[in-house]
Write a protein that binds this ligand. Structure first.
Ligand code: HEC
Ligand code: HEC
Ligand code: HEC
Ligand code: HEC
Ligand code: HEC
Length: 318
């Protein structure tokens, strides 16, 4: 009896001392319908031989732009809503679709002697800057924008259309001999700055991620604090801004943003440590309280047993 009460109490105390993690079952992703079934650009270009079908199937479909619903016309302009049955020939359909294409693209791909050439120079920034305006401004104001190279596509392109998630890993610190992407134009002294920028971006990203986990844990404990919530939200915004403004490649500007983020993440860590300590103390108190109750209960059980066995006259006769 006593042993039983004690062991039940111990189990209860232990489960309070180490709460089990709850896991959430993953949900099945629903199959995606073809969003571009009616899009004239995609439908025609996919079936063209050579580079066009490669652009559609091997590059654009695996890009952030495909995921974000940016079709061919988003970048190139033109009219994707034309229908084959409205035209007498494929050529007329093509001409109608191509009308009012993005003039930046046309200048970007035309060299001085009128021949369409490889992409280059500042016009790429105007082309992409139609949607990434802030980055365009920063890039054009940077040493790279000044020089006209590297372009947005040099850093993000992977063969022009396979533009994937931007991460600090794009900044390649490998040496010239190892075919590093940044080193062809940078000697050892500016490569030091390149390394510093990468380190700052990587550290900041890691800080934001860790701080996000701490904050989520605080929330899962039921901790609510409006000031911290706002600060945390603010840090996310600053990080997003940092990812844009760093295109200036100006170390002072980058350091200012990074420092602001560190302040917020430090504050989150401090709060987390404080709440964690408080919870540990509270849990200890609960466990001690439970053990005390158990001890009392067992003692009472013992008394009852003692009374039954030795003091009760009827019991003794049996
Ligand atoms: C009926 C077929 C057809 C449709 C529809 C079509 N294109 Fe094209 N497109 C072509 C062909 C063929 C070429 C090859 C170059 C040429 O003949 O002009 C081409 C070339 C291009 C080029 C590269 C060369 C250049 O002149 O700029 C781009 C960019 C382009 N198309 C974008 C688009 C976009 C954006 C749309 C939709 C708004 C679209 N196309 C709709 C057939 C088509
Ligand atoms: C994010 C912007 C963007 C989107 C979206 C986009 N393009 Fe392009 N496209 C470019 C750029 C930049 C170039 C020039 C770079 C190059 O040729 O390497 C280009 C070049 C082209 C060319 C000429 C390539 C050559 O080698 O002559 C064709 C054709 C083309 N795009 C078709 C398409 C089609 C079809 C789609 C839709 C499936 C599409 N693009 C979607 C940015 C885009
Ligand atoms: C029609 C508008 C549009 C144009 C033009 C455009 N983009 Fe985008 N781009 C988007 C959208 C929308 C997203 C997804 C949301 C976001 O991250 O901003 C995106 C995302 C990106 C990302 C990933 C950002 C991340 O969060 O990791 C990169 C890199 C990028 N674009 C580069 C380019 C480059 C380079 C060009 C020019 C060749 C270009 N974009 C042209 C609309 C555009
Ligand atoms: C020298 C290389 C380089 C050049 C040139 C460059 N970028 Fe980036 N870009 C990066 C790197 C690295 C990141 C990721 C930064 C990070 O994660 O901290 C990035 C991030 C981005 C993002 C994500 C920002 C966000 O808000 O989520 C977009 C979009 C983008 N670049 C577009 C462009 C466009 C458009 C151009 C041209 C005007 C351009 N980039 C020029 C290296 C470059
Ligand atoms: C096509 C040549 C070229 C490539 C490739 C290139 N840069 Fe640059 N970069 C320049 C030029 C030109 C300058 C301005 C002169 C200088 O500071 O060396 C510059 C300046 C810089 C600066 C400022 C240096 C300082 O002292 O303030 C940084 C940082 C930088 N680049 C980073 C990068 C990164 C990161 C990459 C690779 C993603 C890269 N660059 C690739 C040409 C290039």
């Amino acid at each position: 009896m006593t042993i039983y009460i004690l062991s039940v109490c111990m189990v209860a105390a232990m489960s309070i001392a180490s709460p089990a993690d709850k896991t959430i079952a993953p949900t099945e992703p629903a199959p995606k319908p073809d969003r571009y079934a009616d899009n004239a650009c995609v439908q025609c270009h996919r079936d063209l031989p050579g580079r066009s079908s490669e652009i559609v199937e091997l590059q654009w479909k695996h890009s952030v732009h495909y995921d974000a619903n940016v079709g061919c016309d988003g970048c190139h302009g033109g009219n994707p809503a034309v229908r084959a049955n409205q035209f007498e020939s494929v050529d007329a359909l093509k001409r109608a679709a191509h009308q009012q294409r993005n003039p930046e693209f046309l200048t970007m791909r035309r060299s001085s002697d009128g021949i369409v050439s490889a992409t280059g120079g500042r016009s790429v920034s105007y082309f992409c800057g139609k949607c990434h305006d802030q980055i365009k401004e920063k890039h054009l104001g940077s040493p790279h924008g000044d020089f006209g190279d590297p372009t947005c596509l040099y850093c993000h392109g992977q063969g022009s259309h396979k533009i994937t998630d931007a991460t600090p890993q794009i900044i390649d610190t490998a040496a010239r001999a190892e075919a590093g992407r940044c080193s062809p134009c940078h000697d050892a002294s500016t490569m030091t700055v390149v390394r510093r920028i990468k380190q700052t971006l990587t550290d900041t990203e890691q800080r934001i991620n860790e701080s996000g986990q701490l904050y989520a844990e605080l929330e899962s404990w039921g901790y609510r604090n409006l000031e911290l919530e706002q600060l945390h939200h603010h840090a996310g915004e600053v990080h997003s801004k940092l990812r844009q403004i760093f295109h200036s490649f100006n170390m002072r500007e980058i350091d200012n943003f990074a420092a602001e983020i560190q302040e917020v993440t430090d504050h989150t860590t401090e709060t987390y440590e404080m709440i964690k300590r408080q919870r540990a103390v509270r849990r200890q108190q609960t466990v001690m309280g439970l053990l005390a109750v158990c001890l009392l209960l067992s003692f009472a059980g013992l008394l009852v047993y003692y009374k039954h066995s030795f003091l009760d006259p009827h019991h003794a006769e049996v």
